[in-house]
Ligand binder design. Structure first.
Ligand code: ADP
Length: 276
């Protein structure tokens, strides 16, 4: 699998990343789907282990322009995973109460506990993206946030969280196509928000804001990945592969057996035999 991780040093230009990239799977959509199914199964087993071991935490951050596929990624990558150990936190326009606190207040509450996987559908990064693009706070305020975010994520990592951040990279043509689909297909009408077309006018500003965020906050303890996302099947495959690999690297194991398991075994056998 190609490495889509954003380097922790140097700048980044999103134009250098091809949203149509399908790596080595050119023309192999079916093969990719088969592989995704295998990855889904691996993820299911690894999630169970994470839950049982009750030691590590996994935080997945999903960001991207409107229609980039955040919802679809969650649906496909986590297919088959036990919902008990996985939570999704969606971050919308902050409520008045949230706005009365610092911007990380609502975020910290949603971070994963031991044994949990939490997926952020949008995140604290909105506070250096939409907030920056629309001047919702002065520049001096959002400029300090990259540092806050790095410190915040570092703390989470030092306290046992594995953090993976995915920017789902589509281009403007693909976005137009996806909006069109939302208007043309009755079952997608609910997803169409005319306000999104207004937001599209700020495309360049968003790209610049994303480049800065990716450059300043891709760290060894919380790397960013730029995921080619024009092809949904490839997007799912790459995200799933990164998550599976990271969980494998945790070298998790099931907790030690209960002491005296053999005695319990004998007792239970007696109980079931006496019933027979
Ligand atoms: P989504 O597009 O994620 O499916 P919505 O259509 O409800 O869901 O959009 C959520 C909106 O909330 C987005 O426009 C996003 O930019 C906005 N939002 C999220 N966090 C913030 C924030 N901190 N400040 C302002 N707007 C935010």
């Amino acid at each position: 699998m190609k490495d889509y991780r954003v380097p922790t040093k140097g700048g980044i230009k999103l134009d250098d990343y091809d949203p149509n990239d399908v790596g080595e799977y050119e023309g192999g959509k079916q093969t990719a789907k088969d592989i995704l199914q295998e990855l889904n199964e691996e993820l299911e087993a690894l999630q169970e282990l994470l839950y049982a071991e009750h030691k590590h935490k996994l935080l997945i951050v999903l960001q991207g322009m409107d229609t980039s596929g955040k919802d679809g990624t969650i649906r496909h990558v986590f297919e088959g995973v036990n919902p008990q150990g996985v939570k999704v936190a969606s971050f919308k326009v902050p409520t008045p109460v949230e706005l009365d606190h610092d911007y990380l207040w609502r975020v910290h509450q949603k971070t994963p506990a031991k044994g949990e996987i939490v997926i952020f559908n949008r995140s604290h990064y909105e506070d250096v993206l939409v907030v920056r693009v629309h001047n919702l706070v002065p520049k001096e305020t959002w400029q300090k946030r990259y540092r806050h975010i790095n410190e915040f994520e570092r703390r989470l990592a030092e306290e046992g969280a594995t953090i993976l951040k995915f920017y789902l990279h589509i281009n403007q043509d693909e976005q137009a196509q996806r909006f069109l689909e939302r208007v043309e297909k009755p079952h997608k009408h609910w997803k169409f928000n005319p306000g999104d077309l207004e937001e599209r006018k700020y495309w360049k500003d968003y790209q610049r804001a994303y480049e800065d965020a990716l450059k300043r906050t891709s760290k060894t303890w919380a790397p960013w990945y730029v995921i080619p996302a024009n092809h949904k099947w490839y997007r799912n495959l790459v995200v799933a592969a990164v998550i599976v690999e990271s969980l494998k690297n945790l070298k998790m194991s099931y907790p030690a057996d209960v002491e005296d398991l053999e005695t319990y075994h004998k007792r239970l056998l007696e109980m079931t035999l006496s019933k027979a």
